[in-house]
Design a protein around this ligand. Structure first.
Ligand SMILES: Nc1ncnc2c1ncn2[C@@H]1O[C@H](COP(=O)(O)OP(=O)(O)OP(=O)(O)O)[C@@H](O)[C@H]1O
Ligand SMILES: [Zn+2]
Ligand SMILES: [Zn+2]
Length: 986
């Protein structure tokens, strides 16, 4: 039995290994180093800051980002202790200099232990730049392989019966009688106590099923303490360093004699002091060992300096001898440390017999405990399992299984954990489930309990009703008083990005919404460090980081998979997927969703497109739970500048603007949001027609014959613009497609446009915007500059843009993706501009230029241009033409687009911009515009698309008139200067 199983595991493992290697090869061949760094598997431009000799005579080198780089922090990366990395010269594509193991990683430095290289010498100097690349981990693979081979041949060792039980050729023995226990932790609840006594009473096998927050670790710690109390030697493992450290930390609190093998991931003192390194450092032989190491370092240094080949040979053999001595002394000290401990802790692979454990006799341990067993490869569990007659497995197989690269191997069973496999066979007989959870508000727990845990969970009274508002310093707002919030983007056009070749997905609209919700929480006093943003896709995680990290450095942003095992007071989930096909990808894994939701203690906000996401039954039930027990908001309530749904392409969703999807018990909205919410509700009445069937054909939209309509509506709107009227209502008889056209045309003409009314009575109102928003000239010229480069839409889902030249202006095609991208860019642009301003003002302060700082700081650009030009030529004409040019180009930094015919004036900064940059958010006036809009909304109770609604204080017609006069004056001035110049030339 065991042989067959081991053989099969080996085969799957080989397949997995091949997939892993193939992936790495693909990375190295097709992906730039920069991209690798972005993916977190490569660190570029590192300097060696420090090197010394470590345990086993290995060379320890600490690398830091290049000193001259302003950023002294390492970029985001997935390096962790125990990872195998390759060292390369930074400049060349270069050969591998050496491979090593990461021993330590902080935000600023990474330390790598290099094994003795072939010639006994790896020279790392302090001037050169290096790069580290994560390599496929041979060591892990080899250790697992070794354990499986040992399992295949296992005969007569301590684990014989256990192996038979785990492969079902022997039934688990009946429990032994035990006397009542005296608990170390007497606050254990009934289910925990039961698990403890059950585990101790079992002969070969016990499983503790610990759903999220049920005190699994607490229970394991008690079991281990009891076992030690009974005189047993315990080997305690987990698949990850983090999980092992967690146990170390908890056990350390009880003064148990523990020893941690391998490299702790965390640098906390209570953990470090139990690491083998630290224990050895405090042992009697430490001084001698240190001396030997010093000798090695010295010999190394001499060897490096020496030119003479013979002399170098001499040093090398000296090093060799010293290393041998070091090894012997270390092994003696290690054996002493190991036998002194009652509990030895390591990762599964760290428990390998090629590590320190080889120093112990075969039957040394009485009990093996494996935590997070449901997340471990079964094969890796066999490394520790072969070392004892009894095991206790703990974990939750309703959370994510180990990550497997090869889909084939996963499908053939590699992702099935030992824990799950055994539970399937033995069931109740070997399992105890913990049922009281100490993390989540009842409303959060309820869904997970009924979907994943047979409805057996209860919330401990200390958490059952806890909310964000109960945290110190947090005020009562709408957001802090609800445990569940669903922010629904359905119909808002916030589609996922389609990145070719990328299986990862991103959704910029959801990034923005997350930012807004975080702001609401932080404004209410929730600490950023108590909030996590979690997304199922790495691309989205990257985008979230880019958008949010600088504003909230303490905010944690992680993938679902990366956040397993963790918790936060507030968790914001961005589900990303929003497409018409109803594709949910990664979200289709129930266990992933379970993990995502159950990380939260007091508040979960899900940001998603309920239409796409709800196409899957499991997810639909989750959303339903939120609707019933939480609050639902439409994304419209958040984004002032959201494209109205009527923009949706292909006429598929156009009239389906939609308000909160279900009548939910809505607490009084918070002051800041209320008007908008009300407005949204007004502008988007409740309407639940057949709005989202992903399979609906994409008809309509751009049928021929559109052009006539376009011109008709255009004429109507232009007449309206010329007129003194402030509002124009279109008849409700317009077809959906016509409505879309009107929306588009109105937008292009700088008009506000809102749909009002119910069902067949629905109609569009168009209003003139405030003065500043008036389009200076009807946009009649080609609008290339208005469109940033468009990502090619290979799927053909979005209507392709017409050829730039022959494009009829308002063909009814709106590129939603472009709008998303723009939204993301706005933030970036604003930052850039701020930086630029800062630079400029500091230049001013230094007095390096004679120019005076322009009063309307926004004119800085014109001023800059003027000065540079005047500095090079003294010609007054050049000065004038520069000024004219500056006047005629967009006020956005570095944008050279002309605004003489096409341009818009921003009332917030008094600058004029090209059509790409006129939106306040794009050029950095977003906040002002929002504040303005909010003020307006709170007065009027109406939401206008676009962030600057019309101003009522001045008659709009009058304003428009004023604006036109102002513009005319400006262009007159320009022309005067032009003709003056021309005159002079003649
Ligand atoms: N019997 C108990 N009484 C009070 N609090 C408890 C009890 N058991 C566990 N807790 C608390 O619940 C929280 C989670 O406990 P623990 O870390 O043991 O959970 P876990 O199940 O291992 O977590 P995870 O879900 O991440 O695996 C801790 O804050 C712990 O103090
Ligand atoms: Zn502005
Ligand atoms: Zn511009």
């Amino acid at each position: 039995m065991a042989e067959e199983a081991a053989e099969r595991q080996l085969e799957l493992l080989r397949e997995e290994r091949e997939a892993e290697l193939a992936e790495r090869r693909a990375w190295q061949e097709n992906i730039s180093l920069k991209e690798l760094q972005r993916r977190g598997v490569c660190l570029l431009k590192l300097q060696a800051a420090n090197q010394r000799t470590g345990l086993y005579g290995r060379l320890l080198v600490t690398f830091q980002p290049r000193k001259c780089d302003s950023d002294t922090e390492l970029p985001y990366n997935s390096f962790g202790p125990g990872d195998i990395v390759g060292l390369y010269n930074s400049v060349s594509q270069g050969d591998l200099l050496s491979t090593g193991t990461v021993t330590r990683i902080t935000s600023k430095a990474v330390t790598v232990a290099f094994e003795e290289s072939r010639d006994g010498m790896l020279s790392v100097d302090h001037e050169s730049l290096y790069r580290l690349l994560k390599l496929a981990n041979d060591i892990t693979y080899n250790r697992i392989k070794k354990a499986l081979n040992a399992l295949k041949r296992y005969h007569g060792g301590p684990a014989s019966d256990l192996i038979d039980v785990l492969f079902f050729s022997l039934d688990p023995s009946p429990s032994s009688e035990t006397k009542p226990l005296k608990l170390y932790n007497d606050s254990l609840d009934a289910s925990q106590r039961e698990a403890v006594s059950f585990s101790l009473a079992q002969k070969e096998l016990a499983i503790i099923h610990g759903p999220p927050g049920t005190g699994k670790t607490t229970t394991i710690v008690e079991i281990i303490l009891q076992a030690v109390q009974q005189g047993l030697k315990v080997l305690c493992c987990a698949p990850s360093n983090v999980a092992v450290d967690n146990l170390v930390e908890r056990l350390a609190g009880y003064k148990a004699r523990i020893l941690r093998l391998g490299h702790p991931a965390r640098l906390l003192e209570p953990i470090q002091q139990h690491s083998l390194d630290a224990v050895l450092a405090h042992s009697d032989s430490a001084q001698i060992v240190a001396d030997v190491r010093k000798d090695i370092d010295q010999a190394f240094a001499k060897c490096k300096k020496s030119q003479d080949k013979g002399e170098r040979g001499h040093f090398l053999s000296e090093i060799k001898a010293l290393r041998k001595e070091l090894k012997e002394r270390e092994e003696t000290a290690m054996t002493a440390a190991l036998t002194h401990a009652n509990v030895v802790l390591a990762t599964n692979t760290g428990a390998s017999s090629d590590g320190p454990l080889k120093l112990l006799p075969e039957s040394y341990f009485d009990l093996v405990v494996i935590d997070e067993c449901a997340q471990a490869l079964e094969a890796s569990c066999w490394i520790p399992l072969l070392k004892a007659p009894k095991c206790i497995l703990a974990g939750d197989h309703k959370q994510l299984p180990p990550t497997i690269i090869s889909h084939k191997a996963a499908a053939k069973g590699l992702s099935l954990s030992l824990m799950e496999r055994v539970i399937k066979r033995y069931g109740e007989k070997v399992v105890k489930m913990l049922t009281v959870q100490y993390r989540m508000h009842e409303a959060i727990m309820q869904w997970a309990s009924s979907e994943m845990y047979g409805g057996q969970l209860t919330a401990h009274p200390s958490v059952a009703q806890h909310l964000l508002k109960d945290l110190p310093g947090v005020t009562c707002t709408e957001e802090t008083t609800i445990p569940l919030l669903l922010i629904d983007t359905d119909g808002c056009g916030l589609l996922e990005l389609e990145v070719e070749d990328e299986q990862s997905k991103g959704n910029p609209g959801e990034v923005q919404l997350a930012g807004l919700h975080i702001k609401a929480l932080v404004d209410a006093g929730v600490k950023a460090q108590d909030i996590a943003v979690v997304a199922p896709y790495n691309l989205q995680v990257d985008m979230l980081r880019e958008h949010l990290c600088h504003r909230y450095p303490e905010l944690e942003i992680k993938s679902v998979d990366g956040f397993q095992g963790r918790e936060k007071e507030a968790v914001i989930l961005s589900f990303v997927r929003s497409n018409r096909k109803g594709e949910v990808g990664f979200l289709a894994e129930d266990r992933r969703i379970n993990v995502a939701v159950t990380r939260a203690r007091r508040h979960v906000a899900i940001i998603c497109d309920s239409c796409t996401v709800g196409s899957q039954a499991f997810l639909a039930r989750l959303l339903e739970h939120f609707r019933q027990h939480g609050q639902v908001r439409t994304a419209f309530e958040y984004l002032d500048d959201l494209v109205p749904e009527n923009y949706s392409r292909g006429g598929e969703r156009q009239q389906s603007t939609k308000a909160p999807a279900a009548p939910s018990p809505k607490p009084q909205p918070a002051a800041g949001r209320k008007p908008k919410a009300a407005a949204a509700a007004k502008a988007t009445p409740q309407k639940q027609e057949a709005r989202c069937s992903p399979s609906t054909s994409r008809s309509g939209g751009e049928s021929p014959g559109t052009k006539g309509d376009t011109n008709k509506f255009k004429a109507v709107l232009e007449a309206f613009l010329e007129s003194g009227k402030t509002q124009l209502d279109f008849p409700s008889s317009l077809s959906p497609h016509d409505r879309m056209l009107v929306h588009l045309l109105a937008e292009e003409h700088g008009l506000q446009h809102v749909s009002t009314g119910e069902g067949t009575d629905r109609y569009i109102s168009v209003r003139k915007k405030e003065l500043g928003q008036t389009v200076v000239a009807p946009p009649a010229t080609p609008r290339e500059q208005q469109r940033p480069p468009q990502p090619q839409d290979s799927s053909g889902e979005a209507p392709a843009p017409a050829e730039p030249g022959g494009r009829s202006e308002w063909s009814g095609k709106v590129d939603l993706k472009r709008l998303h991208l723009e939204r993301v860019q706005r933030e970036k642009a604003r930052r850039e501009e701020m930086m630029k301003k800062e630079q400029e003002s500091s230049a001013d302060n230094r007095g390096s230029s004679s120019r005076k700082k322009d009063k309307s700081e926004c004119k800085g650009k014109a001023a800059a241009k003027t000065t540079t030009d005047s500095a090079s030529e003294e010609d007054i004409d050049a000065l004038i033409s520069a000024a004219v040019k500056a006047d005629n180009t967009c006020g956005f930094p570095r944008c050279k687009a002309s605004i003489t015919t096409l341009g818009q004036f921003c009332p917030h900064c008094n600058r004029r911009f090209c059509l790409s940059h006129h939106i306040p958010e794009v050029h950095g006036c977003g906040d002002k515009a929002k504040a303005h809009a909010r003020q307006w909304i709170s007065r009027e109770g109406v939401l206008y698309p676009g962030s600057s609604p019309k101003e009522k204080s001045l008659d709009p017609a009058k304003r428009a008139h004023l604006q036109r006069r102002l513009d005319k004056k400006l262009s007159d001035l320009t022309n005067q200067r032009k003709s003056k110049k021309k005159g002079k030339e003649k």
